[in-house]
Design a protein around this ligand. Structure first.
Ligand SMILES: [Zn+2]
Length: 84
């Protein structure tokens, strides 16, 4: 029986850069997420001018219930509850 050795993971409880649920980049708050959206939009328009494709397509920021952080996504709202 072979066992895969798990490498030591030095992970701090806080300050995770990635969400464990979605594996997405986490943003501290809505402002950070919106800044990322703006940066992405700028890159996109630059790419459009240069006639190249921009891989960073994000259109929306949302709060993640799993990591209490914020993420940006290109997909439209699906089953996410509308914030009351
Ligand atoms: Zn998350």
């Amino acid at each position: 029986m072979s066992q895969i050795s798990t490498p030591h993971r030095t992970r701090r409880a806080h300050r995770q850069p990635l969400c464990e649920q979605s594996n997405k980049r986490r943003y501290r708050d809505g402002k950070d997420a919106r800044l990322a959206l703006r940066a992405a939009a700028r890159l996109r328009s630059k790419a459009a001018v240069a006639d190249v494709e921009c891989g960073w397509v994000v259109t929306r920021a949302y709060r993640c219930e799993d990591c209490q952080g914020w993420h940006v996504t290109s997909s439209p709202a699906r089953r996410l509850p509308v914030a009351a």
